[in-house]
Design a protein around this ligand. Sequence first.
Ligand SMILES: NC(=O)CC[C@H](N)C(=O)O
Length: 690
Amino acid sequence: MQYLLRHYIRIPHYLYSQFTPSIASTLKNLSPSQLTQFNQLISNDDEKKLKLIAYLVQKLKPGLIPYKQILLQQIRNKSIESNQDLEYAIKLIQKIQNPEFYLNEYINTIKEKRIHSCIIQINQKYPGLCSNEQLIKIKEQFPECTQEMIIKLNQNKQNQSKQQIYEKIQTFTPRDIPEQHNLPEQLEKHKCITQGKIVLRFPPEPNGYLHLGHVRSIRLNFYSAEQLNGYCYLRYDDTNPANEKQIYIDEIEHNVKWFGHKPTHITYASDYFPFIFDCAIKLIKDNKAFICEQNRDEMKEYRRNKQPSPYRDRDIDESLRIFNEMQEGKHPESKYTLRLKIDYQHANPTLRDPVIYRVLYTQHPKSGDKWKVYPMYDFAHCICDSLENITHSLCTLEFEIRRELYYWILTNLNLYKPFVYEFSRLNVSNNMLSKRKIGKMIEMGIVNGWDDPRLLTLAGLRKRGYTPQAINEFIDQVSVPRGGNEQIISIKILENCIRKELEKTAPKIMAILNPILIDVEIDKNTIKQVYVQQDDVKLVSNPDFYGLTPNKQVCLRFFGVILCEDIILENDKVKYIKVKLISTDINERKKLKGQINWLDKNDCITATVNEYSYLFDTENPAEIQEFWNSFNKNSLQIYDVKVPKQLEYKVGDRFQFERNGFYIVDSIKDGHIYFNKIVGLVEGEKKNLK
Ligand SMILES: NC(=O)CC[C@H](N)C(=O)O
């Protein structure tokens, strides 16, 4: 049971202990026949998960009602593999939720709901499918649904996900948690300042480059503020000078601008250090904070065992004196810390007398050596939010457990409290979004720096050829769910977004990857030399191959029908290919299935292509402790390419190389062009040589 709870229901850790006995006792209270029925119903693992969640929702203790929505969400987000699963999940949802609410809030009929889920799944499984193919797939599974129904639902879905990002904020309703309520006079002052407008913030720590995961927050905050006519701050959460650098600060600002956002203000947590310091003094004077001398390990041990620090009852004046001395630089690092005096036995470990200040003699990128004491994130963050009159403080789910502490601090400082809301962190398959882990990969030399095009850092995506529009489209499609940090989004959805955009915008050119030179005999006296692509040449043909192979006719596109007379090898490599021009007649050309790309030797130049594929072989490398072992060693391949000579190439230009994919000019060194492959064509398109 514990195992299931931990894996399938994401609730704060410290609640398990309260949760499990109540479930256990409910199970105990079932009559033998009920129990048999319950067990009989559970026939496989997936069903077990769903059933258990549904069961738990029914049996929630009144105090846990706020988590009901999370659990329901969990059922909705459950990946459903078969029709039976789908029907089963729907039945469960119906059972546990007021049917009227379900029908109004979600979809009109169960049938629509089923089709709708099916569309979502099909979109996720085959992101590149056009609507016709989608229709066929859906019809296979739901023969009873009409074409109109599918089109209508598909449109609804698209409109819904487009609007969701900023409309979502308007749907947040305050939870009924007393600690979160503001006093009437606080609210009045807050409203007077904000004039009822929405005030958001994007608060990255400048300790690395931003990545795709941050775009969810950038989009949610900046874009929502723009759409809702509100404000959004870019605030650097610079409370730990040990890891922070000016280059990161600059890169973050550059990225926000890249997405076209203009922060209402750019602020730094360090701007507020004097105020935050005074807050700490106030808490010491109120006997709500004390100077502790426990070292890191002792503190950890005591907190885990719910024991009080031996310094907890230190005299207020002494704590005040030491804290001031800490700031004056009179004490070494790690000797003293300032800790809150909340409740060392609290069920939520973040409230067990957390540290709020420590001594650091590191140079701070903004405030230099002015400060010797630095506030911890938990202490600084809520105060900054409050001072900036943030209306909605939005963060990822791993911060959920800190929400109670956030409110405790603001309540005890008598400060205005923003509404805190968490959403799922973004995970993308076959890659890793974690500044720490990316930093590690750079350190190990697995990738070539923060802007390596295989990484999903914004610098990497930019270099790879992604546009802000395509990235935003991806974020809109995957939206801002709250289902859990474990969900993994297929990287194919991201690829599909850039592909869709480039299909419309990138000019098509013929380019020959891995070129092979062939002699085309036009007549007895004329030989034309052209390049064709290595993968269009095979010594032995097969029924699916329409390229060059001995004694077979193929067409050099827009030129003429040729017959391959001979292929000569040297050390297993094609050395020479001899072909003969048979006809240039358009009708003859059209007859052939095999249409090959080519470039005249005299009309092209040699360039280099960096072709990238997935960074990791496994879908979820974060799961593996030594994640570098699943690094895809073929994630970068370098090829020669021939491109038309008469075109102009500038860094940043994007092209579609016909039948190959999309490419961007990455750099030009001494006249030599380097392309990065952005993304391939939709699977199957390449083979189709027509
Ligand atoms: N509350 C939050 O949004 C967390 C911000 C934190 N500085 C981070 O970069 O993760």
